[in-house]
Design a protein around this ligand. Structure first.
Ligand code: AVJ
Length: 345
């Protein structure tokens, strides 16, 4: 891996098989790191308080998210999977032989729909999963290798930003970066714009970006999806506090916080919060941080924006990512864009 950027420290972990390599981008594998956690200090000192959604995804959080994807109320995963299943073959035909770079790969379960189609095409291909949860990444990469004997997997553990900045030039004819499940919804408009330009910088002219986004729909459907009857989403939300405790020597008592999720119709976004049920002070020793909460005060842990298909198409276009195809389901609940980096910047 000597051709990777020298500014990033990597602890390379070569797993037994050559076709599987996982690299840890600096700070993502360390429990305590001088840079890690600055975003927490910042978020908890704001009014209102907030925490970055990437801290949902420790091993437990990644497992809980997988459970969310199976919930009857959580329509995005299965709606997107249906669209992918329907158009996977068309995607492979458009892109041809490809390096597949997945941002936020999680358990890689939807990825299989694409891998199946690429495998059927018969060209060489390679899978580059990127995730902040190293445990999840290693586990699913190993599973994929068993199921796809010819597949090369080269995973990166780190944030999207770190990984996009550290992709090596592909040896295959083309690259497709894909970002599924509407994880884009976690980004503010400003972060979206920055993200798109980073995606574009990681692609050559003519290469591809596949994007899945959740679309605007009636409030009751959205609110049900983030307040499921089994309480899995509540557990997922509260687990962020356990993750912070572990990672930063904290003393959050998750019993003293409550899950709260609602649809903000002005901003077209679900907001998830954790509400303190009492006056309390919490410490994160590793960050030398003490935070006071008033009873009823909330921490916003996530925004999940809901998009408009036509507006998103224009935004992508404005960023130099031309839509080759826009697919949706019959109810127009979810959208999938296949875009191509255009000639002119
Ligand atoms: C992974 C960001 C797409 O916003 O729907 C699911 C995360 N949060 N339930 C989403 C999530 C609560 C999910 N994303």
């Amino acid at each position: 891996m000597s051709n990777f950027s020298q500014t990033v420290n990597r602890d390379n972990l070569s797993l037994s098989e050559q076709r599987l390599q996982i690299d840890y981008l600096s700070s993502s594998n360390l429990h305590i790191n001088s840079l890690d956690g600055q975003d927490i200090i910042w978020g908890l000192s704001q009014t209102p308080k907030s925490l970055p959604p990437r801290y949902f995804y420790d091993q437990r959080g990644s497992e809980l998210f997988e459970q969310i994807c199976e919930l009857p109320e959580y329509y995005p995963t299965r709606t997107e999977a249906k669209i992918l299943r329907q158009y996977a073959q068309e995607i492979t035909q458009v892109t041809g032989a490809c390096e597949l770079v997945e941002l936020g790969s999680g358990s890689s379960s939807k990825t299989r729909l694409l891998l199946d189609a690429y495998q059927a095409l018969g060209h060489e291909f390679k899978y580059v999963p990127i995730d902040v949860s190293g445990e999840m990444l290693v586990e699913s990469a190993q599973q994929l290798q068993q199921d796809y004997p010819k597949l090369d997997v080269q995973g990166l553990v780190g944030t999207y930003e770190q990984a996009l900045d550290n992709l090596t030039p592909t040896t295959l004819p083309s690259r497709m970066i894909f970002f599924l499940g509407s994880s884009l919804g976690n980004f503010t408009q400003q972060k979206c714009d920055r993200f798109f330009s980073q995606v574009k910088a990681a692609l050559d002219v003519g290469e591809y970006f596949l994007l899945g986004i959740d679309l605007q729909k009636p409030k009751h459907l959205l609110e049900a999806a983030y307040n499921d009857s089994q309480g899995v989403t509540a557990e997922f939300n509260l687990n962020m506090l356990e993750h912070l405790n572990q990672r930063f020597a904290g003393n959050f008592d998750s019993e003293l916080f409550e899950h709260w999720a609602f649809y903000n119709e002005q901003l077209n976004q679900i907001e998830m919060h954790l509400r303190s049920s009492v006056d309390q002070t919490v410490a994160l020793a590793a960050l030398k941080l003490q935070v006071e909460f008033a009873a009823g005060e909330t921490i916003r842990t996530e925004i999940s924006r809901k998009f408009d298909l036509a507006i998103m198409q224009k935004e992508l276009q404005a960023q130099g990512l031309n839509s080759l195809a826009v697919w949706t389901d019959p109810k127009q609940w979810f959208g999938l864009f296949l875009t191509q980096k255009s000639q002119v910047d």
